[in-house]
Design a protein around this ligand. Sequence first.
Ligand SMILES: Nc1nc2c(ncn2[C@@H]2O[C@H](COP(=O)(O)OP(=O)(O)OP(=O)(O)O)[C@@H](O)[C@H]2O)c(=O)[nH]1
Length: 408
Amino acid sequence: MAAYPAHASPALTPLSHPRPQRTVSDFKLEHTHSAVPPPLVSPALTPPTTPWRNSEEGVGQRHDRQPRSISIPQPENSVDDAADSNPSLLQVLPKVWCEVRARIPTTTGQEMWLHLYHNNADEKEHLAIVFGPNIRSRSLDAVMPGETERDRMIRGAYVGTLYPGRTSSRLQAIRREEGVRPSAGYLTGLNGTGGGTSNGQTGQQEIDSSYPEELGPPLVRIHSECYTGETVWSARCDCGEQLDEAERLMGLPVPTPSSTPGSEIGEHEAHRPSKLPSAGGVIIYLRQEGRGIGLKEKLKAYNLQDLGHDTMEANLLLRHPGDARSYGLATAMLMDLGLGGDRGIKLLTNNPDKVRAVEGPNREVRVVERVPMVPIAWQTGGERGVQGKEVEKYLSTKIEKMKHMLSK
Ligand SMILES: Nc1nc2c(ncn2[C@@H]2O[C@H](COP(=O)(O)OP(=O)(O)OP(=O)(O)O)[C@@H](O)[C@H]2O)c(=O)[nH]1
């Protein structure tokens, strides 16, 4: 008979330590949606459901988890074939709309455009962190009934860059006011993709927000919130450095406008960004803390990890799925940013679930290339990057149990 503290719940199942007789297959990971794990932790410590999973009812969010080991379609030959073999994609994407964006100069020297999204699936403010001048939100650019030019500028629906005294969100209007000749370099350098016009009759802004073909598939990272790894220096995971690395990759420069034959630069230099435009890309930052279980539950999971369990077991012991996330919001946001369609995206990830799930029910978004995220410590032979026994165990669990495509 196991010894319990006097205050222990009678429902508490003994957790011997270590528990070598239990393997992960005992938890039936493939069927976590239907096979609720036994109450291995006192119900008093465990919420009845994983946070936010119910709020996704009715908008077609994914409730059933894909098998852990899915075959990753090779972009060259098997992307189409793979679509049929994945029955658990969403049937309906949530609706998303960008409420506001702002230019943020960053501590690394590059600039990004922070887009704040709302949606009809949850109450959270999910974010798109856009780098480079070529990605715009269609919902943000749409004209709101009754709004003024100042309203548009305040919510970020302008072309180019704001400056003191600017009176219009539209570049044509500014050109007219200032007698400025149209300048391709000026437009493309300022997060307006060269097509900002007004049709004069409705005042509707026509913005060419298609990503230029010549740049190839844009780089995309779908990043899940991690307060501990991104804000309070946790070395239990590499989430913080992954975010940094994604930002770095999206800041790599493209050929300068002056090297492009026929481009006009030099006008409006005062309003140009001081840095050259980057190759760009977007980080979709989803508020799915703790793989969707929330910070409170993640902290309990950390305590279970200190008691000897791995990240997957800890979630299951708390009666959560090993991974409670979904990616329909990311798909919808990418479409709103004009990155749906055949040209596809390059996805920065090691996670096979993500690669398939982000494509959406009808392959609205196509992952044509996967770019691995190799931990910095592995890349640098331990000179830099997150290190320690916790992060090593975290990474090995992702590889062994979650089938992440990562090898040393
Ligand atoms: N439940 C739980 N969540 C964790 C833990 N460590 C990190 N996370 C969360 O995991 C999420 C990051 O997901 P990961 O599984 O590390 O990586 P991924 O996004 O699936 O895959 P990549 O795209 O390759 O990075 C963030 O939401 C973190 O808060 C943990 O021990 N337990």
